[in-house]
Write a protein of this length. Structure first.
Ligand code: PHE
Length: 471
């Protein structure tokens, strides 16, 4: 169903749009994922490549996604379809990415929820015990599942009603709180003796650490953290008023998101080195290090920890509702379902995936798909393949299948705003980005352990492409 662009509802205010887009971008990707990837990939070299990807790829793709969304006034699948039916698959690929990310994201969201309560019930009693507590918690069969269900129910409640309302009010308070708390943690963290080593780890590159895998991880993370490559920002752009300056908005969102990630890194690594912990500890990093810092803050520790995990939970929620929304919008727009039905139906399947992901941390740790457990399966499939390919397809679509004048018109709001770097942006999108993603993908796949999973992912995309016109 095609809607007239004049009927499309718009964001109430510029601030509302910025909050929604920044809310989608800033989430577990910044606070949970960025630090542990940095730790697994050698510290500062990873950060440098990540920043390169953000500046030269992510920002341009975000601008392109907003432009495509606003030009077509349609959510992602419709946006592609309306221009060229052979491209429908690129939109559907995005929906699948959203769906699969929801196969593990709520599990981590559930951990964060659980940690709110744990902050008050003994988590901080012994600063040396946080790693054991985390490992025992996630490997348990039932407890993390309960929290995942609660987290998912919160998502469903928000999305079934249509976004806005409570979540906006909560995020207006808790997102700034998150930033303030990060500053508090950073200040505390760098005062521990031995913290300097952590700073060196973040800022002194050791280039011998770089492999194809590092490139792919940094590229994937830049998409994940900015919510790109899956149609989320296309959808958000479709609600954007014509007068709004797309490049300026994209720049602020990218800047906020990057600041969030770097602050999380600064909050964690100095303390981590001071405590003699292992940087490559994996997905438990924030849940181990941050409580260990709060545990050293005396009687205000538990309450600070509670507020931190509350803020993290809300940051996660504003991201996962945007993920769920992409899936739900597809079912509504393209499959003719009503909102409630679409939300409930997709959430039931998502719940099934989350159960598998959560159990793969313990009970089902022996069950492998393409050599990895369920959690890693959903994570690697989306973050290392689908998002990057989705981003590449979007740039090819914008660069080669849309009219340059149309894009220019969109990005200058019909001449009302300046975009002096239009030519640079256009060339990045048309030539540079598809080539760089292609090169990173080839080098990355050559280096990565999970080759069969990578080929499975690419095969899935190929099959989607074959049936594009039927989707
Ligand atoms: N950007 C979100 C985060 O950093 C995750 C996300 C990815 C949200 C893709 C929407 C789309 O947590």
């Amino acid at each position: 169903m095609k809607r007239e662009r004049t009927q499309r509802e718009n964001w109430g205010t510029r601030f509302g749009f910025l909050m929604a887009a920044a809310g989608s971008a800033i989430g577990l990707g910044n606070i949970w994922r960025f630090p542990y990837l940095t730790g697994e990939h050698g510290g500062s070299v990873f950060i440098i490549i990540y920043l390169f990807c953000i500046a030269f790829i992510g920002l341009s793709i975000m601008i392109a996604e907003f432009a495509v969304g606003r030009r077509t006034s349609l959510a992602s699948v419709g946006a592609y379809k309306s221009q060229n039916r052979s491209w429908t698959f690129a939109g559907v690929l995005g929906v699948l990415s959203g769906f699969f990310i929801m196969g593990f994201y709520p599990v981590v969201g559930g951990w964060s929820l659980a940690y709110m309560l744990k902050s008050l019930t003994g988590l901080l009693a012994n600063p040396g015990a946080t790693a054991d507590i985390f490992n025992a918690f996630v490997a348990a069969p039932v407890e993390p599942l309960i929290w995942t269900v609660i987290y998912l129910v919160l998502n469903v409640a928000i999305v079934a009603r249509g976004i806005s309302g409570g979540i906006e009010a909560a995020s207006k308070v808790l997102m700034p709180t998150l930033f303030v708390l990060l500053i508090v943690i950073i200040v505390k963290g760098v005062t521990f003796p031995g913290a300097g080593e952590g700073l060196a780890y973040l800022f002194r590159p050791d280039w011998s650490q770089v492999t194809g895998n590092t490139l792919l991880a940094a590229l994937g993370q830049s998409f994940f953290t900015l919510s790109l490559g899956m149609g989320c920002m296309i959808t958000y752009g479709s609600y954007l008023r014509k007068e709004e300056n797309i490049p300026a908005n994209a720049l602020s969102i990218v800047a906020m998101d990057t600041m969030g990630a770097l602050m999380a890194g600064l909050a964690i690594f100095p303390a981590l080195f001071a405590f003699g912990m292992e940087p490559a500890a994996g997905p438990g990093l924030v849940f181990v290090v941050v409580p260990a810092i709060f545990a050293r803050m005396g009687s205000i520790g538990p309450i600070m920890s509670l507020v931190f995990f509350a803020a993290l939970t809300v940051a996660a929620l504003t991201s996962s509702i945007s993920l769920l929304e992409v899936v739900v919008a597809y079912l509504i727009d393209e499959r003719g379902m009503d909102r409630k039905r679409a939300t409930y139906l997709s959430s039931i399947v998502i719940m099934g995936m989350c159960v598998l992901s959560s159990l793969s941390m313990g009970t089902l740790s022996g069950v492998k798909l393409f050599g990895v457990g369920f959690f890693d399966f959903f994570d690697i499939l989306t973050d290392k393949i689908f998002l990057a390919v989705g981003g590449m397809l979007l740039t090819i679509f914008a660069g080669w299948f849309m009219k340059k004048e149309d894009l220019k018109d969109e990005l200058t709001s019909g001449g009302a705003v300046e975009f002096g770097l239009f030519e640079l942006w256009y060339n990045l999108v048309k030539y540079f980005i598809p080539v760089v993603i292609g090169v990173f993908a080839i080098v990355g796949i050559a280096a990565i352990e999970q080759k069969s999973l990578m080929f499975f992912g690419l095969f899935l995309i190929f099959v989607l492409g074959l049936f594009s016109k039927k989707l």
